[in-house]
Design a protein around this ligand. Structure first.
Ligand code: 5GP
Ligand code: MN
Length: 328
Protein backbone atom coordinates (compact mmCIF):
# COMPACT_ATOMS: atom_id res chain seq x y z
CA UNK A 1 0.00 0.00 0.00
CA UNK A 2 1.45 3.36 -0.90
CA UNK A 3 2.07 5.96 1.76
CA UNK A 4 -0.75 8.26 0.60
CA UNK A 5 -3.29 5.45 1.08
CA UNK A 6 -1.85 4.80 4.53
CA UNK A 7 -2.31 8.45 5.48
CA UNK A 8 -5.95 8.20 4.36
CA UNK A 9 -6.40 5.05 6.48
CA UNK A 10 -4.78 6.72 9.48
CA UNK A 11 -7.09 9.73 9.19
CA UNK A 12 -10.06 7.36 9.05
CA UNK A 13 -8.80 5.51 12.14
CA UNK A 14 -8.53 8.83 13.99
CA UNK A 15 -11.88 10.21 12.86
CA UNK A 16 -14.00 7.08 13.26
CA UNK A 17 -12.89 5.94 16.73
CA UNK A 18 -12.53 7.39 20.22
CA UNK A 19 -10.78 6.75 23.55
CA UNK A 20 -7.20 6.36 22.31
CA UNK A 21 -4.08 5.34 24.19
CA UNK A 22 -1.10 7.37 22.95
CA UNK A 23 2.24 5.68 23.55
CA UNK A 24 5.71 7.19 23.28
CA UNK A 25 8.93 5.14 23.38
CA UNK A 26 10.92 4.12 26.47
CA UNK A 27 13.59 6.59 27.65
CA UNK A 28 11.58 9.30 25.89
CA UNK A 29 13.33 11.92 23.77
CA UNK A 30 12.15 15.25 22.37
CA UNK A 31 10.71 13.74 19.20
CA UNK A 32 8.61 10.99 20.76
CA UNK A 33 7.22 13.37 23.41
CA UNK A 34 6.52 16.17 20.93
CA UNK A 35 4.87 13.85 18.42
CA UNK A 36 2.68 12.35 21.14
CA UNK A 37 1.63 15.80 22.32
CA UNK A 38 1.00 16.89 18.73
CA UNK A 39 -1.32 13.88 18.32
CA UNK A 40 -3.00 14.81 21.61
CA UNK A 41 -3.69 18.30 20.25
CA UNK A 42 -5.14 16.84 17.06
CA UNK A 43 -7.47 14.54 19.03
CA UNK A 44 -8.46 17.35 21.39
CA UNK A 45 -9.37 19.57 18.43
CA UNK A 46 -11.56 16.74 17.09
CA UNK A 47 -13.29 16.36 20.47
CA UNK A 48 -11.88 12.85 20.99
CA UNK A 49 -10.82 11.46 24.35
CA UNK A 50 -7.34 10.05 24.85
CA UNK A 51 -4.83 8.98 27.49
CA UNK A 52 -1.07 9.41 27.13
CA UNK A 53 1.36 6.95 28.66
CA UNK A 54 5.10 6.29 28.90
CA UNK A 55 6.85 3.46 30.69
CA UNK A 56 9.41 5.96 31.97
CA UNK A 57 9.16 9.47 33.34
CA UNK A 58 9.27 12.47 31.03
CA UNK A 59 12.47 14.55 31.41
CA UNK A 60 11.51 17.72 33.28
CA UNK A 61 13.06 19.98 30.66
CA UNK A 62 10.13 19.06 28.42
CA UNK A 63 7.60 20.35 30.97
CA UNK A 64 7.23 23.51 28.86
CA UNK A 65 5.50 21.53 26.11
CA UNK A 66 1.73 22.00 26.24
CA UNK A 67 0.04 18.97 27.95
CA UNK A 68 3.42 17.34 28.83
CA UNK A 69 2.24 17.00 32.42
CA UNK A 70 -0.69 14.86 31.24
CA UNK A 71 1.56 11.98 30.17
CA UNK A 72 1.04 9.17 32.71
CA UNK A 73 3.47 6.54 33.84
CA UNK A 74 2.20 3.03 33.02
CA UNK A 75 1.55 2.01 36.65
CA UNK A 76 -0.83 4.97 37.09
CA UNK A 77 -3.31 3.55 34.60
CA UNK A 78 -5.85 0.97 35.71
CA UNK A 79 -7.71 0.06 32.52
CA UNK A 80 -6.97 -1.16 29.02
CA UNK A 81 -7.60 0.32 25.59
CA UNK A 82 -8.66 -0.99 22.19
CA UNK A 83 -7.39 1.90 20.05
CA UNK A 84 -3.70 2.67 20.36
CA UNK A 85 -1.42 5.16 18.61
CA UNK A 86 2.33 4.72 18.97
CA UNK A 87 4.71 7.54 18.10
CA UNK A 88 8.42 7.22 17.21
CA UNK A 89 8.60 3.55 18.30
CA UNK A 90 10.36 1.23 15.84
CA UNK A 91 9.12 -2.02 17.36
CA UNK A 92 6.93 -3.34 20.18
CA UNK A 93 9.89 -3.56 22.56
CA UNK A 94 10.31 0.20 22.27
CA UNK A 95 6.85 0.92 23.68
CA UNK A 96 8.00 -0.84 26.83
CA UNK A 97 6.14 -2.65 29.50
CA UNK A 98 2.60 -1.50 28.73
CA UNK A 99 1.09 -4.75 27.38
CA UNK A 100 -1.41 -4.75 30.27
CA UNK A 101 -2.90 -1.48 28.94
CA UNK A 102 -3.72 -3.04 25.56
CA UNK A 103 -6.87 -5.12 25.13
CA UNK A 104 -6.36 -8.47 23.42
CA UNK A 105 -7.35 -7.34 19.93
CA UNK A 106 -6.21 -3.75 20.30
CA UNK A 107 -5.74 -1.95 16.99
CA UNK A 108 -2.48 -0.05 16.69
CA UNK A 109 -1.72 2.95 14.49
CA UNK A 110 2.09 3.01 14.30
CA UNK A 111 3.53 6.41 13.30
CA UNK A 112 7.31 6.50 12.95
CA UNK A 113 10.37 7.39 10.87
CA UNK A 114 12.84 4.59 11.74
CA UNK A 115 13.96 2.51 8.73
CA UNK A 116 14.20 -0.48 11.10
CA UNK A 117 10.48 -0.26 11.98
CA UNK A 118 8.93 -3.74 11.76
CA UNK A 119 5.38 -2.51 10.98
CA UNK A 120 3.89 -3.95 14.17
CA UNK A 121 0.67 -1.93 13.83
CA UNK A 122 -2.60 -2.55 12.02
CA UNK A 123 -1.88 0.69 10.18
CA UNK A 124 1.76 1.67 9.79
CA UNK A 125 2.82 5.14 8.72
CA UNK A 126 6.57 4.68 8.62
CA UNK A 127 8.45 7.36 6.68
CA UNK A 128 12.21 6.70 6.80
CA UNK A 129 12.92 9.84 4.78
CA UNK A 130 11.37 11.99 7.52
CA UNK A 131 13.88 13.63 9.87
CA UNK A 132 11.56 13.14 12.84
CA UNK A 133 8.22 11.57 13.68
CA UNK A 134 7.17 15.18 14.27
CA UNK A 135 7.64 15.70 10.50
CA UNK A 136 5.24 12.82 9.84
CA UNK A 137 2.79 14.43 12.28
CA UNK A 138 3.04 17.70 10.33
CA UNK A 139 2.18 15.86 7.12
CA UNK A 140 -0.72 14.09 8.82
CA UNK A 141 -2.09 17.42 10.02
CA UNK A 142 -1.87 18.77 6.45
CA UNK A 143 -3.64 15.64 5.20
CA UNK A 144 -6.43 16.32 7.71
CA UNK A 145 -6.54 19.99 6.63
CA UNK A 146 -6.37 20.93 10.30
CA UNK A 147 -5.42 24.35 11.48
CA UNK A 148 -2.07 24.66 13.20
CA UNK A 149 -1.98 26.79 16.35
CA UNK A 150 0.80 27.93 18.69
CA UNK A 151 0.62 24.79 20.89
CA UNK A 152 0.78 22.40 17.97
CA UNK A 153 3.55 24.43 16.31
CA UNK A 154 5.60 24.38 19.55
CA UNK A 155 5.36 20.58 19.74
CA UNK A 156 6.23 19.88 16.12
CA UNK A 157 9.05 22.42 16.08
CA UNK A 158 10.57 20.83 19.21
CA UNK A 159 10.46 17.35 17.65
CA UNK A 160 12.19 18.60 14.50
CA UNK A 161 14.73 20.60 16.48
CA UNK A 162 15.74 17.77 18.80
CA UNK A 163 15.88 14.95 16.22
CA UNK A 164 18.03 17.08 13.88
CA UNK A 165 20.33 18.14 16.74
CA UNK A 166 19.33 21.78 16.28
CA UNK A 167 18.99 21.58 12.48
CA UNK A 168 22.57 20.33 12.13
CA UNK A 169 22.49 16.56 11.46
CA UNK A 170 22.45 15.10 7.96
CA UNK A 171 18.68 14.54 8.23
CA UNK A 172 18.14 18.34 8.06
CA UNK A 173 16.40 18.44 4.69
CA UNK A 174 14.97 21.41 2.82
CA UNK A 175 11.55 20.05 3.78
CA UNK A 176 12.49 20.24 7.49
CA UNK A 177 13.52 23.86 7.03
CA UNK A 178 10.32 24.69 5.13
CA UNK A 179 8.18 23.13 7.87
CA UNK A 180 10.18 24.94 10.56
CA UNK A 181 9.76 28.23 8.67
CA UNK A 182 6.00 27.68 8.56
CA UNK A 183 5.86 26.80 12.29
CA UNK A 184 7.73 29.99 13.17
CA UNK A 185 4.81 32.02 11.82
CA UNK A 186 2.72 30.83 14.82
CA UNK A 187 4.50 33.05 17.34
CA UNK A 188 6.58 30.29 18.93
CA UNK A 189 9.92 31.08 20.64
CA UNK A 190 12.79 29.27 18.85
CA UNK A 191 15.49 30.70 21.13
CA UNK A 192 13.73 29.60 24.29
CA UNK A 193 12.84 26.17 22.89
CA UNK A 194 16.46 25.56 21.86
CA UNK A 195 17.81 26.76 25.18
CA UNK A 196 15.53 24.47 27.17
CA UNK A 197 15.65 21.43 24.86
CA UNK A 198 19.27 21.44 23.74
CA UNK A 199 21.51 23.95 25.49
CA UNK A 200 20.85 23.75 29.22
CA UNK A 201 23.13 21.35 31.12
CA UNK A 202 21.78 19.99 34.40
CA UNK A 203 24.15 19.70 37.39
CA UNK A 204 23.84 15.92 37.17
CA UNK A 205 24.72 16.00 33.49
CA UNK A 206 27.84 18.01 34.28
CA UNK A 207 29.00 15.47 36.91
CA UNK A 208 28.23 12.60 34.55
CA UNK A 209 30.05 14.26 31.65
CA UNK A 210 33.20 14.51 33.77
CA UNK A 211 33.04 10.78 34.52
CA UNK A 212 32.23 9.87 30.93
CA UNK A 213 35.14 11.92 29.57
CA UNK A 214 37.42 10.20 32.04
CA UNK A 215 36.61 6.82 30.45
CA UNK A 216 37.05 7.75 26.76
CA UNK A 217 39.09 5.35 24.63
CA UNK A 218 40.06 5.52 20.97
CA UNK A 219 40.44 2.18 19.22
CA UNK A 220 41.02 0.76 15.73
CA UNK A 221 43.40 3.47 14.52
CA UNK A 222 41.38 6.10 16.37
CA UNK A 223 38.40 5.60 14.05
CA UNK A 224 36.16 4.35 16.87
CA UNK A 225 35.73 6.25 20.13
CA UNK A 226 33.80 4.92 23.09
CA UNK A 227 33.10 5.59 26.69
CA UNK A 228 31.25 3.81 29.47
CA UNK A 229 29.31 4.67 32.58
CA UNK A 230 28.96 1.78 34.98
CA UNK A 231 25.96 1.09 37.14
CA UNK A 232 27.99 2.25 40.13
CA UNK A 233 28.75 5.61 38.40
CA UNK A 234 25.06 6.16 37.83
CA UNK A 235 23.85 4.73 41.09
CA UNK A 236 25.44 7.21 43.42
CA UNK A 237 23.82 10.05 41.50
CA UNK A 238 20.06 10.07 41.12
CA UNK A 239 20.26 10.11 37.34
CA UNK A 240 17.54 9.96 34.74
CA UNK A 241 18.10 8.75 31.17
CA UNK A 242 18.04 12.42 30.22
CA UNK A 243 21.23 13.10 32.19
CA UNK A 244 23.24 10.86 29.86
CA UNK A 245 21.66 12.19 26.66
CA UNK A 246 24.17 13.46 24.13
CA UNK A 247 27.29 11.80 25.58
CA UNK A 248 27.60 9.58 22.51
CA UNK A 249 27.70 12.62 20.24
CA UNK A 250 30.96 13.79 21.82
CA UNK A 251 32.48 10.42 20.92
CA UNK A 252 31.42 10.74 17.28
CA UNK A 253 32.50 14.40 17.12
CA UNK A 254 36.15 13.64 17.87
CA UNK A 255 38.35 14.50 14.89
CA UNK A 256 39.07 11.47 12.70
CA UNK A 257 36.49 9.27 14.43
CA UNK A 258 33.83 7.58 12.26
CA UNK A 259 31.87 5.72 14.94
CA UNK A 260 31.12 6.92 18.48
CA UNK A 261 29.76 4.53 21.08
CA UNK A 262 28.39 5.02 24.58
CA UNK A 263 27.91 2.02 26.87
CA UNK A 264 25.58 2.69 29.75
CA UNK A 265 25.28 -0.05 32.35
CA UNK A 266 21.67 0.37 33.46
CA UNK A 267 21.79 -2.76 35.66
CA UNK A 268 24.67 -5.06 36.47
CA UNK A 269 25.74 -6.55 33.11
CA UNK A 270 22.86 -4.88 31.24
CA UNK A 271 24.14 -2.25 28.82
CA UNK A 272 22.14 0.31 26.86
CA UNK A 273 24.37 0.93 23.86
CA UNK A 274 24.18 4.10 21.77
CA UNK A 275 25.89 4.29 18.39
CA UNK A 276 26.57 7.28 16.14
CA UNK A 277 28.44 7.46 12.84
CA UNK A 278 29.79 10.39 10.92
CA UNK A 279 29.55 9.54 7.24
CA UNK A 280 29.76 5.92 6.20
CA UNK A 281 28.96 3.15 8.68
CA UNK A 282 25.29 2.16 8.87
CA UNK A 283 25.00 1.85 12.64
CA UNK A 284 21.24 1.16 12.31
CA UNK A 285 22.08 -2.13 10.57
CA UNK A 286 24.73 -2.93 13.20
CA UNK A 287 22.26 -2.22 16.04
CA UNK A 288 19.64 -4.37 14.33
CA UNK A 289 22.12 -7.24 14.39
CA UNK A 290 22.13 -6.91 18.18
CA UNK A 291 18.33 -6.86 18.42
CA UNK A 292 17.97 -3.05 18.43
CA UNK A 293 17.57 -0.55 15.64
CA UNK A 294 17.55 3.09 14.61
CA UNK A 295 18.89 5.13 11.72
CA UNK A 296 22.07 4.93 9.62
CA UNK A 297 23.74 7.66 11.68
CA UNK A 298 22.11 7.08 15.11
CA UNK A 299 21.04 3.78 16.60
CA UNK A 300 20.96 1.71 19.76
CA UNK A 301 20.35 -1.63 21.43
CA UNK A 302 20.44 -3.34 24.80
CA UNK A 303 23.03 -6.02 25.60
CA UNK A 304 23.08 -8.47 28.52
CA UNK A 305 26.56 -9.69 29.43
CA UNK A 306 30.15 -8.66 29.94
CA UNK A 307 31.39 -5.40 28.47
CA UNK A 308 34.68 -6.87 27.24
CA UNK A 309 32.82 -9.48 25.17
CA UNK A 310 30.41 -6.86 23.83
CA UNK A 311 33.31 -4.61 22.79
CA UNK A 312 34.92 -7.47 20.84
CA UNK A 313 31.64 -8.31 19.12
CA UNK A 314 31.00 -4.70 18.17
CA UNK A 315 34.49 -4.20 16.77
CA UNK A 316 34.16 -7.34 14.71
CA UNK A 317 30.73 -6.30 13.34
CA UNK A 318 31.97 -2.78 12.64
CA UNK A 319 35.05 -4.01 10.80
CA UNK A 320 32.89 -6.35 8.72
CA UNK A 321 31.17 -3.26 7.40
CA UNK A 322 32.28 -2.82 3.82
CA UNK A 323 32.30 0.98 3.60
CA UNK A 324 35.40 1.74 5.68
CA UNK A 325 37.57 1.81 2.54
CA UNK A 326 35.99 5.05 1.41
CA UNK A 327 37.09 6.92 4.55
CA UNK A 328 40.66 5.67 4.77
P1 5GP B 1 19.83 6.72 21.47
O1 5GP B 1 21.21 6.23 21.25
O2 5GP B 1 19.79 8.22 21.51
O3 5GP B 1 19.13 6.07 22.60
O4 5GP B 1 19.01 6.30 20.19
C1 5GP B 1 19.44 6.60 18.89
C2 5GP B 1 18.42 6.12 17.87
O5 5GP B 1 18.35 4.70 17.91
C3 5GP B 1 17.00 6.60 18.10
O6 5GP B 1 16.42 6.81 16.85
C4 5GP B 1 16.35 5.46 18.84
O7 5GP B 1 14.99 5.45 18.58
C5 5GP B 1 17.07 4.25 18.27
N1 5GP B 1 17.25 3.21 19.31
C6 5GP B 1 17.97 3.30 20.45
N2 5GP B 1 17.91 2.17 21.16
C7 5GP B 1 17.14 1.31 20.45
C8 5GP B 1 16.68 -0.04 20.66
O8 5GP B 1 17.00 -0.70 21.66
N3 5GP B 1 15.88 -0.55 19.69
C9 5GP B 1 15.52 0.14 18.58
N4 5GP B 1 14.71 -0.45 17.67
N5 5GP B 1 15.91 1.39 18.36
C10 5GP B 1 16.71 1.99 19.27
MN1 MN C 1 12.53 10.30 16.25
Amino acid sequence: MNIQRKFVEAVKFIQENDDYLLVSHVHPDGDTISSTLAMAHVLKALGKSFTMVNQDSIPSRFDFLPMAKDIHSSDELKRSFSKVITLDAADKKRIGNIEHLLLKNAEILNIDHHPTNDNFGKINIVVPTAAATAEVMYDLIQEMAMEVNKELATCIYTGLLTDTGGFRYSNTSSKVMRIAADLLTYDISPGEIAEISLETISRNHLTILKRAFDHVELVENDRIAWTVLYHSDLNDLSTTSDDTEGIVNYMRNIEGVEVGIFFKEVQSEEFKVSLRSKKVVDVGAIAKGFGGGGHARAAGFTYYGKLEILKEQIISKLLDFKGWGSIE
